[in-house]
Ligand binder design. Structure first.
Ligand code: MTE
Ligand code: HPA
Ligand code: MOS
Length: 776
């Protein structure tokens, strides 16, 4: 039997739980996948550039724009005064002017926007602008802001039990401080937007954004238009990592403002240096802690303060610091804890989302604490970690009142990785190596990850999709998620293919566009597939129900006897190919298009008591990393790393494996190599690959063993019982950082506490070695 389109009845290819290549893999590797900059340029297209502030904090006394305006090819030189609508584009609260009015609050803040016939002409004109400043005192670090009480929003505390009393009664107690550095996203594709006036008073904006609806919202606000006059589209991003969640709107709104004034299409593709100077990064943190514990290393009480450098405005910092506080336990039960988060206001760029969204910083803090506890007691840190793990029934509630319902997966993962990585044997081998090697020292660290999945802002936990079945049996899927390399479109095609029981090759997931799926949340918090996959599934189910009813009627069988299987629909003893069914249904006036919506169940949060269930579920993982350090130079390598990450019923194990590997390496870059360095004037001096070092293929662990843990389907009803994977494995890299610390400690025979701030660059490792040597 055939269905008339050469798709016979045969097993479905490309359904869920199968390893499929990314739908653009071939185009990625051949360089033919179009990004915003590759779109054909319309005649008359102009190019944008911005003049950035070179002062961290200053009053603007005046500007000289005449020189720039008269340069050849220049069409517009605009300031804040030229904004027809609202000047402020703050994502949550005001504080982010599109162009600086009379005050600049960070070095890198855009002051003037230029449109010219070529990009070089625009950049030259931007340089020609003269800005006259009266410098003001600048606050640059979270420590200074803490001291002066400067915050972008009020500090908050999560409490469980009585930490002060527990600390006083504890047999052992340690206090300390730690600094954790920030990170630039270093997406390969810098921020870009292409704004096109439609001639009817509206705009089409192509934007490299995780959040097309936010870009639409901000462009409309800045231009004083209703949202229905602006359409934003994103086919794919060349990486985003959180950097294009809120801040892509800034770039797009500048392009749109220039398009509005010139009545021409305007493309704004940011130079790497400007991108690094102007847009926010991962928050760096300053941490203070006071921990009390017993002789086994079991934590009895913890007080911790997490102070984030938010920069000059709020942006998403409330959520980021919340998430740091939510993850200040990592996988450990804290019977008595007081965790305080500070959102420090500084005269630096407004920091933003970055893979993990504060979680990595909170986890780095507690992992450092647990490591110090183990060192203090002279115990293997793995044993101390095990002693502190969440465990039902008495030790399974977090410091914010959420039960960790599948805590028993932690010891399972620990057992499995301890065995497969040969941890105990290698611990002995490392000790033997160190005893015989005075200069080269080895370190080993085993760290877990427990990461909460859901947006911490309730309303973002929803999604919508639009599915069309065409009369040839091909299917088009639109959903509110965006593709940044993480493979969301591939996974959603698999989900819809599975539902219709047709080959994934018959599906096409289109660009994300605000006129097909409106009011979408950002693709962030690792929830893209969880949310949009469910929405797409619901849309497909609606169509399937209609087709089922139609086929039952048509073939005179009860609906229970209609089944979708093997690229066909079976009804009693009839079998029709999927395309035939689509065609027949259309001829019988059955609608073949549907929307679907999904909202995450069970989650709630009470800000007054700082308690609730902010997460639908947790994703878990464990890592063991070995480090080899030259203690005379601070240079190091990672000879071996073993990762075991829980994706539950992975929708696509090939893509998920790539996510685990990529996240780990990005995390290792954050914790070891990537250093953001501001000078005394608050100017970022590491704003290009010449001075800012991301990991390369040579920095991978020589022996890199990565496995997915698929033994347990998600206990919650997620899409095909899978678990989100985008961010959690980044934090497995904490094992690399702590392996370095372990190697440094070996230099002093593990007798002294070690402070190794992140990033543990070779310089910092060397300084830590020197500090250990001084203690003898
Ligand atoms: N993977 C690639 N290749 N590129 C990216 O920009 N961003 C990460 C992660 N994996 C990113 C990535 C971040 S920060 C998030 S929140 C998730 O992907 C978002 O996608 P998802 O929710 O569909 O997993
Ligand atoms: N994670 C990532 N991005 C976000 C979140 C979050 O929890 N909330 C708002 N944007
Ligand atoms: Mo990811 S930081 O939530 O975009």
């Amino acid at each position: 039997m055939t269905d008339g389109t050469n798709h016979g009845v045969r097993p479905v290819r490309g359904g869920v739980h199968t390893a499929q290549a990314h739908d653009s893999a071939l185009r990625h590797v051949t360089g033919s996948a179009p990004y915003v900059d590759d779109l054909p340029e319309l005649p008359g297209t102009l190019h944008a550039a911005v003049r950035l502030s070179d002062k961290a904090h200053a009053r603007i006394l005046g500007m000289d724009l005449a020189g720039a305006r008269t340069m050849p090819g220049v069409h517009a030189v605009l300031t804040y005064d030229d904004v027809p609508g609202e000047l402020d584009i703050g994502a949550i609260l005001p504080g982010d002017p599109l162009l600086a009015p009379d005050l600049v609050e960070y070095a890198g803040q855009p002051v003037v926007a230029v449109a010219a016939e070529t990009m070089l002409a625009a950049r030259a004109a931007a340089r020609r602008v003269e800005v006259f400043y009266e410098p003001l005192p600048a606050i640059l670090t979270p420590e200074e802001a803490l001291e002066q009480g400067l915050f972008v929003s009020p500090s908050q505390t999560m409490r469980r039990g009585d930490a002060a009393a527990a600390l006083n009664g504890a047999p052992h107690r340690l206090r300390g401080e730690l600094r954790i550095g920030g990170q630039d996203h270093f997406y390969l594709e810098t921020h870009i937007a292409y704004a096109i006036p439609d001639g009817d008073g509206g705009y089409k904006v192509h934007s490299s954004t995780q959040h097309p609806s936010e870009v639409q919202h901000q462009v409309a606000k800045v231009l004083g238009l209703p949202m229905n006059a602006v359409t934003v589209e994103c086919r794919r991003m060349g990486g985003a990592f959180g950097g294009k969640e809120s801040q892509a709107a800034h770039v797009a709104a500048i392009a749109a403002l220039l398009a509005h004034h010139t009545r021409r299409p305007v493309k704004f593709r940011m130079d790497r240096d400007d991108d690094m100077l102007m847009t926010g990064k991962r928050h760096d943190f300053f941490v203070r802690y006071d921990v009390g514990f017993d002789g086994e290393g079991r934590i009895l009480g913890l007080e911790m303060e997490l102070a984030a450098r938010c920069g000059m405005s709020l942006d998403l910092s409330n959520g980021v610091v919340d998430r740091a506080m939510f993850h200040a336990d990592n996988a450990y039960f804290l019977p008595h804890a007081t965790i305080t988060g500070h959102r420090c206001r500084t005269n630096t760029v407004s920091n933003t989302a970055f893979r993990g969204f504060g979680g990595p910083q909170g986890m780095a803090a507690i992992e450092h604490v647990v490591d110090e506890v183990a060192r203090h007691l002279g115990r293997d840190a793995l044993d101390v970690r095990r002693a502190n793990l969440y465990a039902a029934p008495e030790r399974d509630v977090t410091h914010y009142g959420m039960r960790v319902e599948d805590a028993d997966i932690l010891p399972e993962l620990f057992d499995e990785l301890e065995r497969s990585s040969d941890y105990r044997e290698r611990r002995r081998a490392v000790a033997a190596f160190n005893a015989a090697s005075p200069v080269l020292k080895k370190g080993l660290a085993f760290t877990p990850v427990k990461f909460g999945i859901s947006f911490t802002a309730l309303h973002l936990n929803q999604a919508a999709a639009l599915v069309h079945v065409y009369t040839d049996g091909s299917v088009q899927v639109n959903h509110g998620g965006t593709e940044m390399g993480q493979g969301i479109h591939t996974k959603i095609a698999q989900i819809v293919a599975e539902e219709f029981q047709i080959d994934a090759a018959r599906l096409r997931v289109t660009a994300s566009v605000t006129d097909k799926v409106p009011n979408a949340p950002p693709s962030a918090a690792s929830t893209g597939t969880d949310l949009n996959g469910m929405a797409a599934l619901n849309a497909a189910r609606t169509i399937k129900e209609r087709l089922t009813a139609f086929m039952a009627d048509h073939c005179k069988v009860p609906p229970e006897q209609v089944a979708f299987r093997d690229n066909a629909v079976f009804a009693g003893n009839h079998a029709l190919g999927f395309a035939e069914v689509a065609k027949l249904a259309f001829l019988n006036r059955v609608p073949l298009s549907a929307t679907g919506h999904y909202k995450t169940p069970k989650i709630h949060w009470d800000p007054a008591t700082q308690s609730g269930r902010p997460f639908f579920y947790f994703a878990y993982g464990v890592a063991v990393t070995e480090a080899l350090v030259d203690t005379l130079t601070g240079e190091y390598r990672f000879p071996r790393c073993d990762l075991l990450h829980d994706c539950s019923g992975s929708i696509n194990p090939a893509i998920d494996l790539g996510q685990v590997e990529g996240a780990f390496v990005q995390g290792l870059g954050w914790l070891t190599a990537e250093e953001l360095w501001w000078d005394g004037e608050g100017r970022l001096r590491t704003h290009a690959p010449s001075t800012y070092k991301i990991p390369t293929s040579r920095d991978l662990p020589a022996d890199f063993r990565v496995r997915l843990y698929d033994a347990r389907p998600n206990r919650e009803e997620t899409i095909h019982r899978s678990k989100a994977v985008g961010e959690p494995p980044l934090m497995l890299a904490l094992s690399g950082w702590l392996a370095l610390k372990d190697a440094v400690a070996a230099l002093g025979g593990h007798r002294h506490p070690v402070r190794l701030d992140a990033p543990a660059t070779p310089e910092r490792v060397l300084l830590a070695c020197e500090a250990v040597r001084r203690q003898g």
